[in-house]
Design a protein around this ligand. Structure first.
Ligand SMILES: [Ca+2]
Ligand SMILES: [Ca+2]
Ligand SMILES: [Ca+2]
Length: 323
């Protein structure tokens, strides 16, 4: 059995520090404690493991927490591997509740504490999902007084579906500002796939310069560049694909955009750009994609061949600078 665990980062409250004012002895409340669960993705019949965390806690002595779920979608096989000295779980797969209790026998637990690792089994059909709900019955500090610890509960979702995988292939990783001497950047998302065979229903592109588009293939003409004073900063090209179950995945690729004529990307158009075009003269793309960076750079108009038209762009922009 293969386990699929989301790497989705849970929303965390802003971490504040606890400051003591010696003058007034007033205190600022510590950052909030949260109960967090990660999203889980499974194929029908398969298992997956997700931790239930008590994050950002101080002096934790006792926890009594329910996990709820739709038992027609998932069952809980086990709840183990707790950070507590004593841990006990009662699993009820007929109503969809796991009640978990943990006790610390020492001076209290601090930081991010694992209540348990939950092993789920997908008993429903592909495409179904259930909320994994956390509910606090008790959360108390260690010690005789057993002060309650305030905390928020952060739910998750168990999906009987695997997210798609986004793959973006830039035909040209090096581009020039192309609105005068046309330079189309072409991006191919067709290698994206879905591990459990769902159709990919949407390809959403963000070119990193404020423009976006949809489609398996797309093209874009960059009309701006990022020069930070010493060099160009690339744009972050993002592709998000969505499967027919609504799960998404995003990949980010860096795309270089230089001023027109700046083949070598040093911020100025001069003899070195002409030399680069000359050295790569006659080179052609394979399958509409450059694999050699030098050729990609010298192909200023992105037409997949290095010829006089690239030379003309250098000449027409002679002595232009990026700053
Ligand atoms: Ca899928
Ligand atoms: Ca240059
Ligand atoms: Ca060319």
């Amino acid at each position: 059995m293969k386990a699929y665990i989301s790497v989705k980062k849970k929303k965390r409250m802003i971490v504040c520090m606890l400051f003591f004012s010696l003058a007034s002895m007033t205190t600022v409340p510590a950052s909030a404690t949260t109960i967090s669960i990660d999203n889980v993705f499974m194929k029908p019949g398969e298992d997956a493991v997700t931790p239930i965390m008590i994050n950002n806690v101080s002096n934790l002595g006792v926890a009594d927490i329910n996990l709820t779920f739709d038992p027609s979608v998932v069952h809980v096989l086990s709840a183990t591997s707790s950070d507590f000295d004593f841990f006990h779980a009662v699993i009820d797969n007929s109503t969809g509740v796991v009640r978990m209790g943990g006790i610390d026998y020492g001076d209290g637990l601090n930081g991010d504490i694992k209540l348990a690792e939950i092993t789920l089994k997908a008993v429903g059909n592909h495409g179904e999902a259930t909320t994994l709900g956390a509910k606090i019955n008790e959360l108390k500090e260690a010690g005789a007084i057993e002060t309650s610890i305030p905390a928020t509960e952060d739910n998750a979702t168990a999906f009987i579906n695997i997210p798609p995988v986004a793959i973006a292939i830039p035909m040209h990783s090096y581009n020039i500002v192309g609105n005068i001497y046309v330079c189309k950047a072409v991006f191919n998302g067709s290698n994206s796939y879905d591990p459990d065979g769902d159709a990919i229903t949407n390809y959403s592109w963000d070119f990193g310069d404020g423009y976006s588009d949809e489609g398996r293939m797309t093209e874009h003409i960059y009309s701006t560049y990022n020069y930070n004073g010493t060099g160009y900063e690339p744009f972050n090209l993002s592709l998000t694909v969505t499967d027919s179950g609504g799960l998404t995945n995003t990949t980010i690729t860096q795309i270089n955009v230089f001023i027109a004529g700046d083949a070598n990307g040093d911020g100025v158009v001069d003899i070195f750009d002409g030399v680069m075009v000359g050295l790569e003269w006659g080179e052609k793309c394979v399958d509409s994609t450059w694999t050699a960076a030098q050729s990609d750079k010298a192909d200023l108009n992105n037409d997949c061949v290095i010829d006089i038209f690239d030379g003309v762009i250098v000449g027409a922009n002679w002595e232009e600078v990026a700053w």
